[in-house]
Structures are given as structure tokens and as C-alpha cells.
Design a protein around this ligand. Structure first.
Ligand code: ATP
Ligand code: MG
Length: 372
């Protein structure tokens, strides 16, 4: 799939933009603080309905304006889809082909994006929360069932935590209701764990091939889902749910003492292993970057496998962070098949011979001008 056309109204520092894009590589070039990341962000928000760098939707609305609007035409194998997202003080409104899409599940997946920003190079050694967010965003885009289970899990978990807090402070002593909430959390949690383990296994296969290629066969990468639920229960949701029920039973007293849920996929993690060692602990910085790059590139293949279409790739300032060998692998992986938006302050130092016929846009103080 690719984004054929984009229109912005009062989005960040853009008052008004209307432009077509190349189905292949689009380079956004401009000095600092001109709006390159803002433009990439708008494509991300159109796809995901929320920003990767702000939790407050209000930040996306141009200073002094009362709404922001993003319109995009997505071209897919089966035809075009028009998406619209309007953000105002009344909240967000989404439309698909001019029809209201009140539920996120009816909207997500129409435009799939993968964003790669310099901070993604921290994927390996950053916090577990960062890795959970990463898999949840990616798997949520490619699997509506995963997104639905995750949303229900989070809702049930929140209720359960609130209830555990009430029990801790003796506002109630009714443990039957805790059992009801525990059943819900275990049911959705088991589904989340099984789906994560399965998708991560597939992602690991793609990542291992790419990683071996970048390191010229010198290193073997493996991805592992790390959970209190043991690997033997990863296979199906029911087994994972049963295992969660056991763990909840065992930790009940501790949970009552602490007033919060101590078990569940909200505490799980992903481990990256290179040549049998945890690369977060033992890997060099270069190995950690290579691992992050391989995992990001693997997402492209995984998304294709799960949805039948390649996603749109958003690369924010990453080429300058990679050496020639890694740049070459990145650009080869996307060449001719993945629509890419790439921001940079300068084309110097970018392996230009590999980028064939890019569409070049100059970004200057909230304006976008096509150069070629
Ligand atoms: P860099 O090369 O430094 O990464 P950039 O071109 O990616 O720069 P952006 O992050 O896109 O720059 O931001 C450009 C400008 O957008 C900033 O100067 C910021 O003040 C402005 N900006 C951010 N939010 C809003 C908003 N809601 N309304 C108007 N302007 C905004
Ligand atoms: Mg930027």
C-alpha cells in the first residue's frame, strides 16, 4: 500500500498542505525546526490515530487554531481508501471513505506504517515498557484481534488494580468480585500472550535472516518472549490463560498486600539474543544498533505476511545514524517495494547511488515544495 495524496489543515506548523507522493522514495529535506518530523508524524497519526511523540492530541493542533485535520488517500491492491482524522477540543473524529468510523477497530489497519526514528536504536537496551509499546503498536496494526484483546486486557487490568487498591484500604472485603475481574484479566491476558509469542516468533525468523545478512553471516540473532507464563504455555490462548490463573492464585496475598496486579503481559518483555548472549547486556553499541535495525526491517516482512500488503515506512533522521553497510541494507530492503518517507537535513553522506529517482520535497517553515 502507499499514501498517494495528503492534505493537512492546521497540523502543527502547517497551516495548509496538499500534495501527491511517489509510491517509492520521498525525501523531505530541510533545516532544523522546519516541519520534517511534523509531516512524518501526521502520516503516523493518520494511520494510528495518535502521535508517537506526544500523549496530548491538543499538541497536534496548530497554535491558535481550534482544530487540526489530516486527509489521506491510500492506494491498495483492491483500490483506494480515503481516510480523514479531525482533532479538536471535542476529541477525535475519524472517517473512512467519507463514513464515520466511531470505533478504532473499524479504522485501524487501513493505512499501515512503520516508523523508524533515532530513538528506536534504543529498542534493545531501553526499558521493557519501550519494547512492549513497540510490539503492541506493530501487532495491533496488523491484527485487529490482537488490538481488541489488548484493549480489553488493559481495561480489565485497570479495574482489577483499582479494586485491589480498595481491598488494600479495606473499603470492601468482597473477594468474589476480585475473582470475576481475575477471570477477565486472565482470559484477555492469555490471548495477548499467545498472540505476542506467535507473532514474535515469526518476526524473529525474518529478523534472523536480515541480521545474518548485515553481519555477513557472522552472527545469529534470536528473539525471545519473556513472560512469567512459561514457554510451554505460549502455544495457545487457553493454556496461557490457565497458567495466568495459577499465577494469580499463588500471588493473591502479595497482590492484596501491595494493592496491585503483579502478574500478566503488562510485565512481559522481549529479549534479543546474539550468538547465545543477551545483546542488551553483553552486546556492543554497534551490535545493539544492528539488532534494532534487523528487527525494524523484519516488521516490513511480517506486516506483508499478516496483511498481504507492504506498509509505508517513515524514516526520521535515521540514515545519518547508520554506517554505509547498514544504510545499504536498509535501502535495499525497501527498494521498489515499500513506499518510504525519509527526512534529512542534507543529502551528504547518504548512499545516494542506492536511492533511485526519489521524489524530493523541500520543507521550509511549514511549507512543502516538490523539487523534481
Ligand atoms: P529537526 O531537523 O530539528 O528534527 P524538523 O524539521 O523535524 O527539525 P519539527 O519537529 O517538524 O522540525 O518541528 C518544527 C516546528 O514545529 C518547531 O519549531 C515547533 O515549534 C513547531 N510546532 C510544534 N508544534 C506546533 C504547533 N502545535 N503549532 C505550531 N507550530 C508547532
Ligand atoms: Mg525532526
Amino acid at each position: 500500500m502507499y499514501l498517494k495524496h495528503l492534505e493537512l489543515r492546521n497540523y502543527r506548523n502547517y497551516a495548509k498542505v496538499s500534495t501527491d507522493f511517489s509510491p517509492q522514495i520521498n525525501v523531505l529535506i530541510g533545516s532544523n525546526a522546519q516541519g520534517k518530523t511534523n509531516l512524518l508524524e501526521s502520516v503516523y497519526v493518520l494511520a494510528i490515530t495518535r502521535s508517537h511523540r506526544s500523549n496530548n492530541d491538543r499538541d497536534l493542533v496548530r497554535f491558535g487554531a481550534d482544530f487540526a485535520r489530516i486527509d489521506g488517500r491510500v492506494s491498495r491492491k483492491l483500490g483506494n481508501t480515503d481516510l480523514r482524522l479531525v482533532i479538536s477540543s471535542q476529541g477525535k473524529r475519524a472517517k473512512v471513505n467519507n463514513l464515520d468510523a466511531p470505533k478504532l477497530s473499524a479504522y485501524m489497519g487501513k493505512l499501515n506504517v512503520i516508523l523508524f526514528a533515532p530513538e528506536d536504536l534504543n529498542l534493545v537496551k531501553g526499558s521493557p515498557a519501550l519494547r512492549r509499546r513497540f510490539i503492541d503498536m506493530e501487532f495491533g496494526q496488523m491484527s485487529p484481534a490482537y488490538l481488541a484483546n489488548l484493549t480489553m486486557y488493559k481495561k480489565a487490568l485497570k479495574q482489577r488494580n483499582a479494586y485491589l487498591k480498595q481491598l488494600k484500604f479495606h473499603q470492601t472485603k468482597n473477594l468474589t468480585f476480585l475473582d470475576v475481574l481475575t477471570d477477565q484479566v486472565a482470559q484477555y491476558g492469555g490471548a495477548v500472550i499467545a498472540a505476542r509469542a506467535k507473532l514474535l516468533q515469526d518476526m524473529g525468523k525474518f529478523a534472523a535472516v536480515i541480521h545474518s545478512d548485515i553481519t555477513r553471516g557472522g552472527e545469529v540473532l534470536q528473539l525471545r518472549y519473556v513472560s512469567q507464563v512459561h514457554d510451554d504455555a505460549f502455544g495457545d490462548a487457553d493454556a496461557a490463560t490457565a497458567r495466568l490463573q495459577d499465577l494469580f492464585a499463588k500471588s493473591r496475598q502479595r497482590e492484596l498486600d501491595q494493592g496491585t496486579s503483579l502478574v500478566g503481559p503488562h510485565r512481559d518483555d522481549v529479549q534479543f539474543i546474539v550468538n547465545d548472549r543477551d545483546v542488551a547486556t553483553f552486546g556492543s553499541q554497534g551490535q545493539q544498533r544492528t539488532t534494532a535495525l534487523a528487527v525494524k526491517l523484519a516488521e516490513i516482512d511480517l506486516m506483508k505476511q499478516e496483511t498481504g500488503e507492504y506498509p509505508v515506512l517513515l524514516l526520521d533522521d535515521v540514515l545519518s545514524e547508520l554506517d554505509d553497510n547498514r544504510q545499504t541494507h536498509l535501502l535495499r530492503a525497501i527498494q521498489d517495494k515499500v513506499q518510504t518517507f525519509l527526512t534529512t537535513t542534507s543529502l551528504d553522506g547518504i548512499a545516494r547511488e542506492i536511492i533511485q529517482e526519489p521524489a524530493i520535497f523541500h520543507v521550509d517553515d511549514g511549507t512543502l515544495t516538490r523539487m523534481d
